[in-house]
Design a protein. Sequence first.
Length: 256
Amino acid sequence: MLPPKPNWRSYLMAKRRKNRQSEDTGFMKTRQRVEINPINENQREYLRSINNHDITFGVGPAGTGKTYLATLMAMQAQTEGLVDRIVICRPAVNADDEDLGFLPGGINQKMDPYVRPIFDAFRTYWSQQTINDYIGRGIIEISPLAYMRGRTFKNTFIVCDEFQNATDKQLLMLLTRLGDGSKMVITGDPCQSDVNGRSCLVSALETLSPIDTISFVTFKIADVVRHPTVKKVIRAYGAVMDGGDEETVVPIMMRS
């Protein structure tokens, strides 16, 4: 009797894992399973949202794990064969008093100062040698927002960081890049916007909330996990800016 025909999805994932294991032999930490351990309920909701929606917005104060968790989810999806590559995108915008001047090198070198937090997350499970290899093979791609125009991303996990610095038109352009088999996570803190006017994250919440394949997860000051003093600093600024409301910073921007 012939054995039962394997599930095609399971077969494909197993085949991809086997191929990648053979390709990456000797690379430290490369094939270690990516374990994600949320610290609080909002982080758990964030991970559920990414799993269950095509596009997820993670919005809230610094230090809540928005970018770190999104990057780990991208790594997990790539490691398990659910996507073929990871694309890291963010607006190349400097704060008013932080002009970096001319940056030499190619796109990856020019974008390096902007994406270091994401590469720190990569190094949780992948060695620098593996990261460099993945970049060379196109498994990891770093792209300024302007370079996303006109493209379609299939079987790709797209992490879009610091999107409080994007305009509504730029966000619309980005959202329409999503192709078959892809996921997108967009993160940002409206209170740290370096552009004039209202953050695109605010209008996105107002415009896109009715779409059932798009989710918004709002982090509060209580969700800050970086350092106890960071939480105190954000709470202090929130109280000053909003006349004493210490619950969350995000509504400060949404009411502007």
